[in-house]
Write a protein that binds this ligand. Sequence first.
Ligand SMILES: Cc1ncc(COP(=O)(O)O)c(C=O)c1O
Length: 368
Amino acid sequence: MPWFVRPAARSWTCPPAPSGVRDFHAALPGYAPTPLTELPDLAAQLGVGRVFVKDESSRLGLPAFKALGASWAVHRVLAERAAQAPGAGPVTLVSATDGNHGRAVARMARLLDQRAQIIVPRGVHPDAVAAIAAEGAEVIRVRGPYDEAVRRAAEAAAAADAVLVQDTAWPGYERIPGWIVQGYSTLCREIDEQLAAAGAPSPGLVAVPVGVGSLAQAVVTHYRSRPSGPAPALLSVEPEAAACVLESLTRGAPVSVTTGETTMAGLNCGTPSSIAWPRLAAGLDAAVAVTDAESARAAAELAALGVSSGPCGAAALAGSRAALTGEGAEERRTALGLGPAALVVLLSTEGTSANPHATAVPAARTPR
Ligand SMILES: Cc1ncc(COP(=O)(O)O)c(C=O)c1O
C-alpha cells in the first residue's frame, strides 16, 4: 500500500487563519453549517472509539465544500477591484476545474453579476460539466489533464477584465489561492463547534481527500495553530492514479506526477500547490493512496449509512480504512498515535451528485 508517515508532524505549529472568514460565510444567503454525523458502525469497523463524517454534500446550495473557498476569494477580488477602479464593469472570473471549484466560481459570478470562463480537463463527469454550464459560465474543454487546464486558464486570464481565481498556487500566483484556503477554514471551525456541542473530545485523526493540497493546507493550518489540546494526526488521501503529495512527501521535495484515469476527479491533480507544500511537508502526519474500487466501496458504505458521498468524499473513509486496518495496521496506528478510544473525523468533501460515478464496485484491496 502506498504509505508515508512522519509522527513528528504532530508537534509542529504555525500561525492560524485570519479571523472574519466564518462571519463572512455566516452572512451569505443559505449558509448553514454542514452536518457532522456520528457513524458508530464505522467506529466498530475501524477499531476506534468514535467516527464522525463531515458531510459536504450540500454546502451553500452546491454539492461540495468548494463554495467556501470560491466565495471568500471572489469577495476579496471584487472588493479590491472596487477599491482600485470604482465603477468598473463586470469582470470575467477564469478558472480551471476538475468539477467542483469551477462550479462554485461560476455560481459566485452569477450571483454577483460577473462573468465566468471555466476550463475543464479530460475525465470530468458530463453531468459535472453540464452543471457548470447551467450556472451561466462559458465552459472550455481541453483534452489534457488538470495541470494543462490550469495552464490554459492562466493564459486566458491575461485578457482584459479577467481575473484568475484558481484553487492552486505556483510561484508568482499565490495571493488568490491563499484566500481560497482561508475560505476553507470555516469547515474546520464548524467541526470544533459541532464536536464541542456533542460533548466529544478533540479528534485523534482527521482524514482529508487531497488533490493539490489546498484543503489539506487549511486543515493543517487549523489543527497546527490551536493554542492548547492534543494535536490530531492528519492523514492525506489521494488516488493511486494521482498521488502527487504522497510522492512529494516521500521524496522530501514537491514534484509533479503524471496523472492517470480515476473516478476521483477532484483529486486528479499532478502538482501540489506551492503555498500548500511547506505546510503539508511540516504538518501532515501521514499520506496514503487508494484505488477507485476502494473509494467506490467506501461511497457505497456511506450511502448505506445515510451519507451521500461521491468518489472524492468517500476517499477519506477508504484511506482511513487502508491506514487503520489490514496487514501492518498495528504499526501504522502506533505511528499515528491512535488508541482504541480515538475519535476519527472523515471529511466527505462532496455528495454523489457532484460526481455521479457509479458506486457499485465493492472490490477489496488485493495484497501487493
Ligand atoms: C470533492 C473534492 N474533494 C477534495 C478536493 C481536494 O482539494 P484540494 O485540491 O484542495 O486538495 C477537491 C478538489 O477539487 C474536490 O473537488
